[in-house]
Ligand binder design. Structure first.
Ligand SMILES: *Cc1c(COP(=O)(O)O)cnc(C)c1O
Length: 397
C-alpha cells in the first residue's frame, strides 16, 4: 500500500479519455460521452473481481458507509455495534445516520470479537459494522453466523482490505453490504472514492438512489426520473472513476508485491521470541497492506516504536496513541462534539462514551505495532529494514 506509489500511463490514459469527451458526470450525456462510462465500467469490473452481483461506486468510503446504513434501513435510535479500533469514519457514519454506536471489544485479530458482539446485543441492536482492519480480517464466519441467528444486519467496512479474502471469498461479500474506500492512501485509489457492494438487487437500487438524491435511474431523461425516496449527493466523478479503473487493473499485482514483502518480514520476525504476530483467521487471504505484531506489554511496545523510528524503520504505527484510529484518543467523539446537535442527543438515556470501558481492547492495542508494507520497496530497502529491525529486537532481548 498505497496505490499512489504506482501511477503511470495507465491512469493518465483513462483520465485523458474522460477529458477528451468533456463529460465528467457519471450519468447521461449519452451522445457526447462516446461510449465512455468509467464509473459503470469500474462497477462491473469490481463486482466481477469480488464475485458479488452489484457494486455502486461513490464519493468516498465514508459515503459508502452512510449509503450502506441508509440502504439497510438503519436510522434514528438504532443501536449499531462497532469496534473501538477503526478509522473514525465508521463511527461518524453511524452518528450521522442518527443511530447509536455501541462499542464492543476486539480480539487478537484486531477486529470485533464475536463473543463480545454477542454480549453487546440489546433489543435495540439493528446492525453490526465489522471493520476488517489493516488489510486482514475479522472472524467473519463466526460474526455472520451470529448476526444471522439474531436477525441483525451485518455491514462490512472493508475500506482497508480490498482484495483480501476469507476461505477464498472476498471480504465485503459476507454481510448484507460491504464498503470500500479508494481514498489517496488506500491499496488502490480513485483520488477520492468509495464503493458499496451487495448481492441483493433491491439494496443495490436503494443504495444507488440514495447516493443520487433518490433518483430511480430509469429512463433516459434525468429530469423526468422518479424519486421513490429521499437521498443526497454521494456521487463520484468520471475523472475519479477513471483513475480507479486503472488502479483496479493493478490490484492483483499490488497484492502479490505486498504478500511477497510481508513473507520476508514475517520470516525474520518469527525468530524473535518477544514478538508475536497478529491473529489472521485465513493467512492466505491477508491483503498484506500491513504487518501487525504484538510486544509483551505497553512499555515494550512504546520502546520498540521509538527504537524503530530511531533506526530509520519508517511507516510503523502505534495506534494506541494515534488520534484517528483508536477510541482512547477520540475525545471529540466521546463528547459528541459536532457543529450541530446530533440526533443521538435525543436518545434516552443518552450514551456516555467517556465511561466506555474496554480493558481487553486497551490491553491489545497497547501492545500492537503495525508496519505499513510499501509497494515501492526495493530488495535493498527490504534488507536494510530487516537488518535494522533485527538490531532493535536483539537489543530488546
Ligand atoms: C479510509 C477508511 C474509511 C473512510 O474512507 P474515506 O474514503 O477516506 O472516506 C472508513 N473506514 C476505514 C476502516 C478506513 O480505513
Amino acid at each position: 500500500m498505497p496505490g499512489f506509489e504506482k501511477f503511470d500511463d495507465a491512469e493518465r490514459k483513462e483520465v485523458q479519455e474522460v477529458l477528451e469527451t468533456g463529460v465528467l458526470f457519471r450519468y447521461g450525456f449519452d451522445a457526447a460521452r462516446q461510449g465512455r462510462w468509467k464509473a459503470l465500467e469500474f462497477e462491473k469490473a469490481f463486482s466481477e473481481r469480488l464475485g458479488v452481483r452489484h457494486c455502486h461506486l461513490c464519493a468516498s468510503g465514508t459515503a459508502a458507509l452512510s449509503i450502506a446504513l441508509a440502504a439497510c434501513g438503519i436510522g434514528a435510535g438504532d443501536e449499531v455495534i462497532v469496534p473501538p479500533f477503526t478509522f473514525v469514519a465508521t463511527v461518524e457514519a453511524v452518528l450521522f445516520a442518527g443511530a447509536v454506536p455501541v462499542f464492543a471489544e476486539i480480539d487478537e485479530t484486531l477486529c470485533l470479537d464475536p463473543g463480545a458482539v454477542e454480549k453487546a446485543f440489546t433489543e435495540r441492536t439493528r446492525a453490526v459494522v465489522v471493520v476488517h482492519m489493516c488489510g486482514s480480517m475479522a472472524k467473519i464466519d463466526a460474526l455472520s453466523a451470529l448476526c444471522r441467528k439474531r436477525g441483525v444486519t451485518l455491514i462490512e467496512d472493508a475500506c482497508q482490505s480490498v482484495g483480501a479474502t476469507f476461505q477464498g471469498k472476498a471480504l465485503g461479500t459476507f454481510g448484507r453490504m460491504g464498503c470500500f474506500s479508494f481514498d489517496p492512501v488506500k491499496t488502490i485509489t480513485c483520488g477520492e472514492g468509495g464503493a458499496v457492494v451487495t448481492d441483493d438487487e433491491t439494496l443495490y437500487r436503494v443504495a444507488a438512489g440514495f447516493a443520487d438524491h433518490g433518483h430511480d435511474h430509469e429512463g433516459t431523461d434525468r429530469g423526468r426520473e422518479g424519486h421513490p425516496f429521499l437521498g443526497t449527493n454521494f456521487r463520484i466523478s468520471e475523472l475519479n472513476a477513471a483513475v480507479g479503473l486503472a488502479q483496479l487493473k493493478k490490484l492483483d499485482t499490488f497484492l502479490a508485491i505486498q504478500r511477497a514483502h510481508k513473507e520476508k518480514l514475517v520470516e525474520r520476525l518469527r525468530s524473535f521470541p518477544n514478538v508475536t504476530l497478529r491473529q489472521i483467521p485465513d493467512e492466505a487471504g491477508d491483503s498484506a497492506t500491513f504487518l501487525s505484531f504484538f510486544l509483551p506489554d505497553e512499555a515494550a511496545a512504546r520502546k520498540t516504536t521509538a527504537a524503530l523510528a530511531e533506526k530509520g524503520v519508517d511507516g510503523c504505527f502505534y495506534w494506541y496513541d494515534n488520534n484517528w484510529h483508536y477510541l482512547r484518543q477520540w475525545d471529540h467523539i466521546k463528547s459528541l462534539k459536532a457543529p450541530a446537535r446530533l440526533p443521538i442527543m435525543l436518545v434516552e438515556p443518552r450514551p456516555d462514551y467517556h465511561s466506555v470501558h474496554l480493558p481487553r481492547s486497551d490491553a491489545i492495542m497497547g501492545r500492537t505495532i503495525s508496519m505499513q508494507i510499501k509497494l515501492s520497496w526495493t530488495d535493498a530497502d527490504l534488507e536494510n529494514r530487516l537488518d535494522a529491525m533485527a538490531r532493535v529486537f536483539d537489543e530488546m532481548g
